[in-house]
Write a new protein. Structure first.
Length: 131
């Protein structure tokens, strides 16, 4: 409740917005989490932690286009987590039913990180499903 009041009073409180959004997503209220993050993004559009929470909220709401756009931003903004974000993007594309795009994304990932076991496994799964 205190976080809700703080965020309502000051949308620039990034840590409070991220924490509140994470709690709301955990409670299953992705809609409200998305609203909190949307307001915060108006002030800080390139905040990595907020983008991560927005991806979680979008996936929970099955807004795959929003999640895909945010994951693409994370690939470029969050250098240390680039491989994980690219893998998440490939998995999201597969979940959307676009196995060709997922395969392209995984191959691109494996060009830069060839020993990434999870990406190799996803590629094998993709090839087995759709040779």
């Amino acid at each position: 409740e205190a976080l809700k009041r703080l965020v309502a009073w000051d949308a620039t409180a990034n840590d409070a917005c991220v924490t509140l959004a994470a709690l709301l997503i955990e409670m299953g209220d992705a809609k409200t989490a998305g609203d909190v993050l949307k307001r915060a993004f108006a002030v800080h559009p390139f905040q990595v932690d907020m983008l991560k929470q927005r991806v979680l909220a979008a996936v929970q709401l099955e807004d795959f286009e929003q999640a895909q756009g945010d994951l693409k931003k994370l690939v470029y903004l969050d250098t240390p987590g680039r491989a994980e974000h690219q893998l998440s993007l490939a998995r999201l594309l597969l979940k959307k039913g676009d196995s060709d795009a997922a395969k392209v994304e995984v191959l691109s990932l494996l060009e830069t990180v060839p020993h990434f076991w999870d990406a190799q496994q996803l590629l094998l799964d993709l090839v087995e499903q759709n040779p």
